[in-house]
Design a protein around this ligand. Structure first.
Ligand SMILES: Cc1cc2nc3c(=O)[nH]c(=O)nc-3n(C[C@H](O)[C@H](O)[C@H](O)COP(=O)(O)OP(=O)(O)OC[C@H]3O[C@@H](n4cnc5c(N)ncnc54)[C@H](O)[C@@H]3O)c2cc1C
Length: 447
């Protein structure tokens, strides 16, 4: 008898997972709640609907991590990439698509397979039996959200992200910044030096506040409410409440001594905290923001020590349901407390169409291997897919976990290459060459 794989959510991740599993010969049932239950962002009842921009971002597989992810997915026979390539629109180096034709292509392909059934229903519970992949996305239905909370605890499922900008460690000027935790707190030397501190004098602070207030901000989408405000204010909103608010909040200068100028008392201090186990990424603590991306880069480079900062991702605040995957999922994306269930896509804490589809592809392959009794070696963390899954299932700091785009900061460094901006082209090429070879090796070893 053929085994059935149930997939909840026919979005980017669910559609890709369904394709992988159906092509491997499993019976697949996609449970998709639209159009019966609507979300504020989706407009149709179709599978793989792009809810906002029509871009899959850079298609450069040598110098860009998301371009590399495209490459890996194409090499694995991805339906998302085939649909995107078929309905590509001119967009310079980016992969932009005709969104309706893209979604129609995915629908036609999946609904045309004899072993795929699409059921128009909302799933509101986490089944204890059968093989399941939940890929319900940033707008997971309320009823299912309640079921996830009942299983995992309220503090493990967030309904808004509050993303502080993330900086590549190598781009921080350590002749200005220094490592120290406030009041030198911590049991170990590592903990006592867990934060990087960037000092500001009064003039720098005042100029920074002016820039924050003047910067262009993004608006919420229709239907997105701002109920997050109680717990997590954007820094520009804090600044609007009073010019000193930040100096008493995330930028307070207390408990810190400038290692470079021990006699100088900073007027304010911006702190960065390690964001991944590799130590390649740091987030700017408490700096969640709704400033436009261009404005963010400009304003944050005013911070002493961050003048040449490269950002792995910029800040944002969105309606976004995501789980604390580093504590809840095992390395094969299974819910630790109910291993018959995998999660995939944006609900696992990756962000973006491509990243979500990639996690669907991986969850599909892992499910096929499990159901057919084959063993699949772990995905090398040197690949884009592997770097992402390693991040969400363990590499990221669980306490401060926020959604993540794919970026080179998630990859284990290639040793012996020049650091800094000058060496960047060679470094990225080395990352992508290594990733491509390792991904091909992994594909050859698996389903
Ligand atoms: C307003 C908004 C704008 C965005 N803009 C962009 C952008 O411009 N670029 C970008 O890359 N990413 C954007 N994103 C993120 C984007 O949603 C994801 O990148 C991508 O769609 C996630 O794929 P997914 O498969 O995880 O979720 P989705 O594509 O959202 O698919 C999840 C599916 O699950 C269904 N579902 C939910 N709950 C249930 C249930 N209980 N039972 C059955 N079905 C269910 C939903 O109807 C949906 O079809 C945006 C998100 C939002 C909310």
């Amino acid at each position: 008898m053929t085994e059935t794989l149930h997939i909840v959510g026919g979005g980017m991740a669910g559609s890709e997972a369904a394709w992988v599993a159906a092509r491997a010969g499993l019976d697949v049932v996609i449970h998709e709640m639209r159009p019966r239950v609507a979300t504020f962002a989706h407009q149709t009842g179709k599978l793989a609907e792009m809810v906002c921009s029509n871009s899959f971002r850079s298609d450069d597989s040598e110098q860009n991590a998301v371009g590399l992810l495209h490459w890996e997915m194409r090499a694995a026979g991805s339906l998302t990439m085939e649909a995107a390539d078929t309905h590509r629109l001119p967009a310079g180096g980016a992969l932009a698509v005709d969104r309706e034709a893209f979604s129609q292509f995915v629908n036609d392909r999946l609904r045309g397979l004899p072993n795929v059934t699409v059921v128009d229903e909302e799933i509101a519970a986490l089944p204890g039996e059968g093989h399941w992949i939940f890929a319900t996305g940033p707008l997971t239905s309320e009823a299912l959200g309640r079921a996830i909370i009942a299983e995992t605890g309220a503090e493990r499922l967030a309904f808004f992200d509050a993303i502080a900008p993330i900086v590549y460690a190598e781009s921080i000027d350590m002749s200005v910044a220094w490592a120290q935790s406030r009041y030198d707190k911590g049991e170990t030397e590592d903990e006592r030096r867990a934060y990087l501190n960037c000092p500001m004098d009064k003039a720098q602070y005042e100029a920074f506040i002016d820039a924050l207030l003047a910067a262009e901000k993004t608006e919420f989408h229709d239907g997105e409410t701002a109920s997050y405000f109680d717990g997590c204010l954007p820094i520009e909103v804090m600044a609007e409440r009073g010019r000193e608010t930040l100096r008493h909040g995330p930028m307070k200068p207390v408990g810190l001594t400038n290692a470079h100028k021990p006699d100088e008392k900073a007027h304010a201090v911006v702190q960065l905290r390690r964001d991944n186990a590799l130590g390649t990424l740091y987030n700017i603590v408490g700096f969640q923001t709704k400033m436009k991306y261009g404005a963010q880069a400009e304003v944050f480079r005013m911070i002493p020590g961050l003048e040449s900062a490269s950002f792995a991702r910029l800040g944002g605040i969105h309606r976004n349901t995501f789980m604390n995957s580093p504590t809840l999922l095992d390395a094969e994306m299974r819910l630790k407390s109910k291993p018959n269930i995998r999660f995939a896509g944006q609900v696992t804490g990756v962000e973006g169409y491509v990243e979500s589809a990639a996690m669907g592809l991986l969850a599909g392959r892992l499910a096929v291997a499990e159901i057919t009794g084959r063993s699949l070696p772990p995905v090398p963390p040197t690949t884009a897919v592997g770097a992402l899954v390693s991040h969400i299932t363990g590499g990221a700091e669980a306490k401060t976990f926020q959604p993540m785009n794919v970026n080179f900061g998630l990859f284990p460094p290639v040793e012996g290459l020049k650091a800094g901006r000058r060496g960047r082209r060679d470094r990225y090429k080395a990352y992508t060459d290594r990733a491509k070879a390792d991904w091909q090796g992994w594909l050859a070893a698996g389903v």
